[in-house]
Design a protein around this ligand. Structure first.
Ligand code: UD1
Ligand code: UDP
Length: 361
């Protein structure tokens, strides 16, 4: 029988940490016992430890150390580790974040073990079945007892898929809570100077399999970034997934493109805040640039976050359309809507905590 007042949060990969931190902080004001399980999907200090310090996250109660592998290997290790952890902790509610493999595995183990499940960032859909994250989102949402949504279109997707109206809560975006909480610590000018960048520069991040797993596509992406780099210096904090393919494609030799290690949260957001433009395939970065009012070119055919297109600074580009789109931004001829997505106000964690606490009371 699950212990009603134990709430177990499961995190594992970089984007989970900024979503979980505000929820954990807000739940401290409620009469619940919280446990934090780190699956170890990400284990490099620059993809994991750095965020615990910067986001004021508590040390995990357990680290399952699952590490890397194929989709099946990693998911199998996650399932085995999480099953044992939930059996020992007996949570009254399992809370999962986003769309990574740790999210999917925790959802499966919770459902089969009879532990109620809450999904933060429910209902996002890219409608792109080639993305591992799309499978993770759909399965997690099908299993969740509580669906916490960041945007109205996510609510519509859940409703269309038959999720009961009382399970769905439009709560806003906890990733933006972390951004709002960090805003006073951002130092765009200091970080720019420390990085040796001129006043006008671009920041890029790349890690999607669709861009960096396959050598031909990595070469197209590298060529496009090199072309932008001839116009404005591009700083690229490189996720380990893209390192080999992008360096094999010659990006490390492209004048104007600087490859660096992944950055800490405050340093990264500081450089994004001061950038003339951002080039990315990250989910979270599309959202952060929308709130920071920094032009964002997303190297993807689709996005599960269309509200960043309709309300924010995001545009989808291909490797071929990236250089002219960057030129338009740098020339000042591109324009963007500047509406804020509803409830992206820094208080999503408080709203989520209220829903979770009510569920376990
Ligand atoms: C994962 C998520 C993706 C998310 C991204 C955030 C899945 C299916 N994908 O992708 O949705 O956008 O995290 O960053 O869950 N590696 C290291 N050090 C680490 C972790 C990974 O070097 O600490 C390398 C390994 O070679 C590994 C590769 O990166 O094989 C990929 O890691 P993995 O966790 O499988 O997926 P990501 O590409 O990081
Ligand atoms: N991020 C960071 N340092 C970096 C690159 C990204 O702190 O060098 C942060 C970024 O601000 C955002 C999060 O990592 O909050 C996004 O994670 P990622 O792009 O790895 O995953 P996705 O959002 O695509 O799932």
């Amino acid at each position: 029988m699950p212990s009603a007042a134990i709430v177990t949060h499961v995190v594992g990969a970089r984007p989970n940490f900024m979503k979980a931190a505000p929820v954990i902080a807000a739940l401290r004001g409620h009469a619940v016992t919280q446990r934090l399980v780190h699956t170890g999907q990400h284990y490099d200090a620059l993809l994991s430890d750095v965020f615990f310090a910067e986001l004021d996250l508590p040390a995990p109660d357990a680290n399952l150390g699952v590490g890397s592998g194929t989709q099946a290997e990693q998911t199998a290790a996650l399932l085995t580790g999480l099953e044992a952890t939930f059996a020992a902790d007996d949570p009254g509610l399992v809370v999962v974040y986003g769309d990574v493999n740790s999210t999917l595995a925790a959802a499966l183990v919770a459902a089969k073990g009879g532990y109620p499940l809450a999904h933060v960032e429910a209902g996002l859909r890219s409608f792109d079945p080639t993305m591992p994250e799309e499978t993770n989102r759909r399965v997690t949402d099908a299993l969740a007892d509580l669906a916490l949504a960041t945007s109205p279109e996510a609510v519509a997707h859940l409703a269309r898929e038959g999720v009961a109206a009382e399970a769905i809560h439009l709560v806003g975006n906890p990733m933006i809570d972390s951004l709002v909480a960090a805003r006073d610590r951002l130092d765009p000018e200091g970080e720019r100077a420390a990085a040796g960048l001129p006043q006008r520069y671009a920041v890029a991040t790349l890690h999607r399999p669709s861009n960096v797993d396959e050598p031909d596509q990595a070469a197209r992406v590298a060529a496009a970034l090199a072309e932008v780099g001839r116009r404005v210096p591009v700083l690229l904090p490189l996720h380990p997934r893209g390192r080999k393919a992008l360096t094999d494609a010659g990006l490390d030799r492209a004048e104007g493109v600087r490859l660096v290690e992944p950055l800490g949260y405050v340093a990264f957001l500081s450089l994004v805040a001061g950038a003339a433009l951002v080039i990315t395939d990250s989910g979270g970065v599309q959202e952060e640039t929308t709130i920071l009012d920094v032009a964002c070119l997303t190297l993807r055919d689709n996005t599960e976050r269309p509200i960043t297109l309709t309300h924010g600074t995001n545009r989808l580009v291909s490797p071929e359309s990236l250089p002219p789109a960057a030129d338009a931004i740098l020339d000042g001829t591109a324009s963007f809507p500047t509406r804020r997505p509803p409830l992206w106000d820094g208080h999503a964690g408080v709203r989520i905590a209220e829903v979770l606490a009510a569920a376990v009371s």
